[in-house]
Design a protein around this ligand. Sequence first.
Ligand SMILES: CN1c2c(nc(N)[nH]c2=O)NC[C@@H]1CNc1ccc(C(=O)N[C@@H](CCC(=O)N[C@@H](CCC(=O)N[C@@H](CCC(=O)O)C(=O)O)C(=O)O)C(=O)O)cc1
Ligand SMILES: N[C@@H](CCS)C(=O)O
Ligand SMILES: [Zn+2]
Length: 762
Amino acid sequence: MAKTHNLGYPRIGKNRDLKRSLEAYWNNDIAEQTLNEQVQTLREQHYQTFTHLDFAQAGDFSLYDHVLDTSFLFGNAPARAKRENNNESYLDSYFRIARGRSSKRDCCPTHAGEMTKWFDTNYHYIVPEFSKTTTFKLYADTLLSEVKQLQARGLDVKPVVIGPLTYLYLGKSLDDTNKLDLIDSLLVAYKNLLHTLAENGVKWVQLDEPALVTELNADWLSAYQHAYDTLQNSGVKILLASYFGSLADNLKVVTKLPVDGVHIDATRAKHEVAILAKALNDSQVLSVGIIDGRNIWRTDFTEALTLLNPIAQLKQDKLWLAPSCSLLHCPVDLNAEQNIHPEILPWLAFAEQKLIELEILSKALHTSSQTDQDSVQAALAQNKRAIDQRKQSSLSTNKLVQRALTNIKNEWLHRSDDYATRIAQQQKSLKLPLYPTTTIGSFPQTSQIRKTRQAFIRKEITQQQYEDALKENIAYCIEQQEQVGLDVLVHGEAERNDMVEYFAGHLNGMLTTAYGWVQSYGSRCVKPPIIYGDVSRSNDITVAWTQYAQSLTQKPVKGMLTGPVTILNWSFVRDDQPRSLTTQQIALAVRGEVQALEAAGTGIIQIDEAALREGLPLKQSQWPEYLRWAVDAFKLCSSGVRRDTQIHTHMCYSQFNDILPDIQRMDADVITIETSRSNMKLLDAFNAFNYQNDIGPGVYDIHSPNVPEVESITNLITQAASKIPAQRLWINPDCGLKTRDWAEVRPALTNLVAAAKALRAQ
Ligand SMILES: CN1c2c(nc(N)[nH]c2=O)NC[C@@H]1CNc1ccc(C(=O)N[C@@H](CCC(=O)N[C@@H](CCC(=O)N[C@@H](CCC(=O)O)C(=O)O)C(=O)O)C(=O)O)cc1
Ligand SMILES: N[C@@H](CCS)C(=O)O
Ligand SMILES: [Zn+2]
């Protein structure tokens, strides 16, 4: 029978238990020992998932981030993790890098490690830091203790560790060190790890190398050969795991590596499974990632078995089955959901259900006993019913939406006037000063707001009470902005649990879950909505909130929307039509909302596309195709307005150098971006490209609790003005303020306005 294993499981627990424990510890509400006890309970739940599997994976659980764990495992924690005369626990050193420490709360302020997106997911990892002085040393105690815990339960343990090349690939060089120059010293530590695991009775180790699905140059490819040549014969068998895409040109290199098995993502590289099965030798295991770890759809068993049957013939007992990647990116348990449409519920599988699917598929390949045969046949039949029913369901299709798409005219993708004409008109109607000040949209989502929403969801308060509470919050937010003296105000987004989930809750063809939490970073989670059908908008979504805010002030209130590409990239998408088509449907819906805002008198409308840049495919050769439809979707939703309506967009991930022509093609009147941490360097690229439209480079790093001083803001804007004409500059924070407190936001925005006034006076 094909062996089953898992690449990783969600760590947060069924009810975001890890979040609650961590935040209680950080708040000093519980001691380290209590945290450890609570985490152990969570791990016990994690271990329950192994009952379906032939191997128990170790090393996939993490208190904050598995990449940071890898840095600590190989002794590459940044030096600032250790305070001088340190008596801090390992845990606190770890959190020092994970979260940083501000001077307000600690004698030794420490800046956190940089966070960035884990490949094309919405999970953020802490970037490893490398320099000329980097050395590596194995600290395997934490991993070993987990291995031993599992072995004591009689389980066959397969530790999961990020592979050496992917670890280097993920990191950043703080000086001009070539990361590949570090490979030999890193390999000594890896070899040491493999020997240590072997001495502790481990037979298989999974080394994750998702960097192999990117387009690597010859130096990286030969480093792969060198690394795995070095790691062979270390006493354990190595399963090299690739995921998130096809191996493409790297496949040839992978088949030459002296490893004992290769895992491939059969959901994104289906065509490579048979090729790899033939290319591997008889003693090498092929692990087929047959269950989609990046989505929530039930697996089509008929399709899966059609793929697997010939492979099983060929590979016999050397075939393993697994999810395509770690289940970290999936919600935990579908059984917790009480309110999903009964017709849609059978179409879905969350992490728990996916492991059961794996077990059934393995049995379906080789059923031995009659009981198994009966139960497998029943499961296959039930699966077929659900898959067929989804294909035929009227819930997935909406003829009106499909007709609306065919009616889209090319001119809908363009503003009626060029930027110069538009901005002149907008200046006339808006009458904003030089260096206009604004924010990105959200203001602190206080515990009070979240508790009130929770009470509304639990029906403890009425809709009227909930709306009154939100209005009170909006009024407070407007009052604060007026006091601070900002020029363009926002309503503050108090009504939104999340910038994507909120819109999903108001669009047809999308559903939101009650407990479908997925880790975004550390203790922070999101509930990605599920796009199950054609998307459309029936009612206005944001108009009433924006109008209410506008009724409280003479200053312009900016309407705030999330753009189609971001809604797509941060949702679970349907797998029965191209992403581009789904995005176009969302774009039409957002276009309707933009026009409704304009009709209601909103003169400035921001359409956030935070996830447009990060949604770029992992293979650069596929960028042009993605950027074509992604930018078109933005243009479709933003272009149907008058010339004097000002369209803003916002992107908080900053590496735009390579996509500036596409940013220009978006043709937003104003773009606000994250720049404060990079000292406005990004603007060099805008300058060199001769970018034409208005820009609001962020001057307040909202990821840090520190309040920026007036002088630091004026310095940043002075630098910006040396690159971009002052007439085209806006002053704003890097991103939304929802994770900050009012106590930080108020003085920070006061300083921001003071800096703008000082610069205007000059
Ligand atoms: C910009 N970012 C976003 C990404 N993806 C998104 N889908 N949305 C984003 O904004 N990706 C990239 C980044 C990631 N950044 C963040 C930042 C912050 C969070 C975050 O704070 N998440 C919250 C969950 C927010 C939420 O939806 N809350 C609900 C549930 C209310 C709740 O928790 N109630 C409590 C009681 C209240 C209390 O005591 O506070 C309870 O039930 O116990 C809501 O507001 O209704 C988090 O807590 O993790 C995520 C990504
Ligand atoms: N309008 C959103 C954008 C975040 S990227 C906010 O301010 O939170
Ligand atoms: Zn942002």
